[in-house]
Design a protein around this ligand. Sequence first.
Ligand SMILES: [Zn+2]
Length: 344
Amino acid sequence: MSFHHSSPIRIHAASLIAALWFVASCNGYSQVAPKYEVATWYQFKKAAVTYTFDDNTSKQLTVAIPIFDKYNFKATLFPVISWQPDWAGMQSASDRGHEVASHTVSHPHLDALSPAGQENELKTSQSIINSKIARARCLTIAYPFCAPSDENITRKFYIAGRICSGMIEKSTPQDFYRISALTAGSLGPFKVAADFNKIVSEAKDQGGWCVFMIHGIDDDGGYSPLQSKELNAHLAFVSAHPDDYWVATFLNAVKYIRERNALSVSETAVKRKSLKITVTDTLDHEIYNLPVTIRRELPAHWENAHVYAGGKTVNSSITSEGSKKFVVFDVMPGKESAYVIKAR
Ligand SMILES: [Zn+2]
């Protein structure tokens, strides 16, 4: 019975270390307990991919979005308020998880407007979208002609803005108000499925984020039209590689990046058959409300584990890397503690 003799002491030491670590982590900085890892992209996918549609051209809602729905992927719509968006169609898309966000009221060169003129375009477009689209919040903007507004003004209304400098974004963009997009369609470098497939594969190798800027679809008269059959073939490719690509709206990718970078993960109790985990950040949870994926190396002699939070089972999976095994699961920062329980 020597095992029973020694084990309380060992548990005690581990709990003490966890408690000390927790105290050390309560200083407002992002810290992640040893043996834990926060996923760069949701569910440890290797890259994020975002599809944005500007100018509410007529076949975006009728042709392009149904292709996204077929694959259960979510896109971002950037309508221009004064160009008569189909608000009922936008609401329906929003209810299916697509984002509806700002491309201003009148599509001006924002950098040519006075500060008051810029503020009016940003503020009015946001408030109209918020009044037209229920159960969502307009928090991002695509600058017309990719010409940003003054960042101090943009910050008052939005958490991120899109330009089009033609680069794959890093896993953490240098400037959330100048997020690079890649121009799709007949006038850009991304015309056919193979062009899209190649650049998302590069993003996968870099662990980065591809943001596509799309306007016209087929013959709807929009700028730089993209053929829907090419879009469909590309999304079929992405769908065939579910471990590689996280398709996310512009807003959700921004939320995820900010949350994972701010996340503190602490192990607040360690027992022989359970671990207690507390996950926090200092962000505004009214805005930053997406779960973040983490993993924990399974303790020695654990073959399997289940995860619980708030009295419910959390979806989790077991992965391995070499001789190490991990339990992978999503956590909502600031919510009640999660428990990882040893299982057979
Ligand atoms: Zn536009």
